[in-house]
Write a protein that binds this ligand. Structure first.
Ligand code: FES
Length: 328
């Protein structure tokens, strides 16, 4: 299973890699031709983002759903799937009852579905280009099936507009079968492979616990510590001590191995940016904020405590012994 090894994944992963794969997943895993195709496609997406510079980052934030605080792709896919379901319904009614009303309704919903499929494909491609191993293979087949379904529906629309409504309905029903299989694989990616879900831990320490000698945390040098079993990235930056969950919300990357800038940290795996002060996601591909924890220094020890609330707390400066309550 393509998990990141973070606490959340470990808790939810099926017990043992030897657990029998579903036949369709096992079959996909045997398709060696997917590897070079995946390599090339991922490289193209990465190059397109890199070549676009700051604009590329903005586009990625939009396509990932960073602005929404939720992955965009699964929200968008509901539109084409819903539209194509309506197309099948209207086509069935047209075949059974005849009449222009059902035919017009089918054509209109098919046009909406095709437009939404395009937007879904672009956002899905953006999400997929960070995957590896099994999720990458399954995601690639998911995308290719959707591409095939889109081609069938495009042919269906052309046939309908040419007056060949029987052909149009036939291609539409075929497309719906392919879309259903693609949607099944999409579900596998989310519910089994955990693509698009929050990989940061849900739990926070329930009380302050000592994690490191104060003298051992150097300015600008992140450290990985553990507080009540929760891996934490500890940072002293501009004289303040910050604690964020170690595993990146995107796919579980180790934040303590990332890059520090003035007031934020950059994940080493795919470059998501999180504010040190409160864990807010500033740039994707992450869509969820990073959990932040309170810190304080007691008896020469740095302590990490419960979840950090910027309205209530302020990270301690060098030499301070306890969190400062926000005014008011
Ligand atoms: S794991 Fe992907 S940005 Fe952190």
């Amino acid at each position: 299973m393509g998990t990141c090894g973070c606490q959340a994944c470990s808790a939810l992963a099926p017990k043992g890699e030897d657990m029998a794969k579903k036949p369709i997943i096992a079959m996909i895993n045997q398709q060696s031709w997917l590897e070079p195709v995946g390599d090339t496609l991922q490289r193209w997406v990465e190059q397109a983002y890199t070549a676009s510079g700051a604009m590329g980052q903005r586009i990625e934030n939009i396509l990932s759903g960073t602005w929404l605080g939720h992955p965009l792709h699964p929200a968008l896919t509901d539109v084409p799937i819903g539209s194509f379901t309506l197309v099948a319904t209207f086509d069935g009614l047209e075949a059974a009852a005849g009449g222009r009303t059902f035919a017009r309704a089918a054509d209109a919903t098919l046009t909406v579905g095709l437009a939404a499929a395009l937007a879904s494909a672009v956002s899905g491609l953006s999400d997929w280009h960070y995957t590896t191993d099994e999720p990458r293979r399954v995601g690639l087949v998911h995308g290719l099936l959707n591409l095939g379904a889109t081609a069938l529906y495009t042919g269906s629309l052309i046939a309908r507009l040419s007056g060949a409504r029987g052909w149009g309905r036939g291609l539409g029903f075929l497309g719906y079968g392919v879309v259903t299989l693609a949607a099944y694989l999409g579900g596998e990616l989310v519910y089994h492979e955990r693509i698009g879900v929050d990989h940061a831990p849900e739990d926070a320490p329930t009380e302050f616990v000592a994690v490191l000698d104060d003298v051992d945390l150097k300015e600008g040098q992140p450290r990985r510590v553990v507080a009540q079993g929760i891996p934490v990235m500890l940072v002293r930056q501009s004289g303040r001590i910050y604690a964020l969950a170690e595993h990146c919300a995107h796919l579980g990357g180790p934040l303590s191995e990332g890059q520090l800038k003035d007031s934020y940290t950059i994940c080493p795996w795919h470059g998501s940016r999180f504010a040190l002060a409160d864990g807010r996601v500033l740039d994707g591909p992450a869509t969820f904020d990073q959990p932040a924890y309170q810190t304080r220094v007691r008896n020469g020890q740095i302590e990490v405590g419960p979840a950090y609330d910027p309205a209530q707390h302020e990270a301690p400066r060098n030499g301070e012994q306890a969190p400062i309550a926000a005014a008011g």
